[in-house]
Design a protein around this ligand. Sequence first.
Ligand SMILES: Cc1cc2nc3c(=O)[nH]c(=O)nc-3n(C[C@H](O)[C@H](O)[C@H](O)COP(=O)(O)OP(=O)(O)OC[C@H]3O[C@@H](n4cnc5c(N)ncnc54)[C@H](O)[C@@H]3O)c2cc1C
Ligand code: SF4
Length: 348
Amino acid sequence: MSKPILIVGAGPAGLAAAHALASVGQSAVLVEKAERLGGAPILSGYAKLVPSGEWAKDAIGGMVRRVEEDRLIEVHRAATVTAFSGAPGEFNVELSDGKRLQAGAAILCTGFTHFDSLNKPEWGFGTFPDVVTTAQVEQMISSGQGVRCPSDGRKPQRVAILLCVGSRDRQIGREWCSKICCTVSANIAMEIREELPDCHVYVYYMDIRTFGLYETKYYWRSQEEFKVKYIKARIAEVTSDGEKLIVKGEDTLVKRPITIPFDMVVHAIGMDPNVENKSIASVFGVTLEEHGYLARGNSYANTAETSRPGVFVAGAATGPETIDDSIAQGHAAAARALALMRPAQARA
Ligand SMILES: Cc1cc2nc3c(=O)[nH]c(=O)nc-3n(C[C@H](O)[C@H](O)[C@H](O)COP(=O)(O)OP(=O)(O)OC[C@H]3O[C@@H](n4cnc5c(N)ncnc54)[C@H](O)[C@@H]3O)c2cc1C
Ligand code: SF4
């Protein structure tokens, strides 16, 4: 029996990689630092996913169950890798739960960290309880409580969704576009309108990036079917008049200042590099790219590779990614790791 392949992180990318390996008879050791598997969609309680419309607990929960029931996958929860040495085919691994093992290859699927809106204080998060994040609204919906103002539990009548919070913002060192938040915000806007038909929902944007086929299903549908209003604007600040939240800025199409009252303001938060990336890079001896994500081989020929032979990477660990792409990258990394372990078979 060949050595197992080590997978670090059990989000969509890591779960996909583990399942792909086991489905061809390759054993895997899956190390997850949280108590539960599933990554951001499960740990942060996402509601209905883009673009499938399936509940995260069903879609990603199904991936978790498939891995948990597979005898070829050894799962370590609440654990991290503390030491990693050796060469492809014979890496030595030490885990924080005391286990030592040998692995033929490793796949890093350590994901991202949600942007902390406290780093954008002028937009009211942390000051006003009814300024919340998209992740919090997802939790309100998935928990079944519905969308309510945290301050007093009332149903909001006017909601503003502010895009690009913690993305495309050079002032706070985050130049990247987080890729999925325009689409997630349009999806949330429709869910709010569906639950609260009397609630007016406004989306404030710099640009709309509902990329690919999402343009029809989210951008246009949210306007035409759900009457969500989109306003191109530069938001300066979110304050309060004691009763309502006040969004101030400039409507950049008509070039006029705006001051508009709302019951709830939602930050469409971006995807930061995993806050642990420096220590992950140090333990595994791999390099980071300029924004702090794990660097991957940048040519078509060596997709899924890191700077260290035998150590592969997949998903949002490499930069903002969707769930679909993270899963696809998990499969790609599994194929690359497998080819390294079984070169003769790979060529047969
Ligand atoms: C508000 C919001 C809503 C979103 N909704 C959607 C959507 O509807 N559809 C969509 O396609 N995408 C959505 N996304 C993006 C989605 O969250 C990511 O595409 C997806 O989570 C990436 O999967 P991943 O496995 O790469 O990383 P993650 O989901 O981040 O999983 C990484 C895992 O690794 C673990 N880990 C981290 N560090 C270590 C370590 N050192 N040792 C061991 N384990 C570690 C983590 O605990 C976690 O379980 C959304 C993003 C946000 C911010
Ligand atoms: S996907 Fe949309 S909201 Fe997210 S960073 Fe890109 S432009 Fe901004």
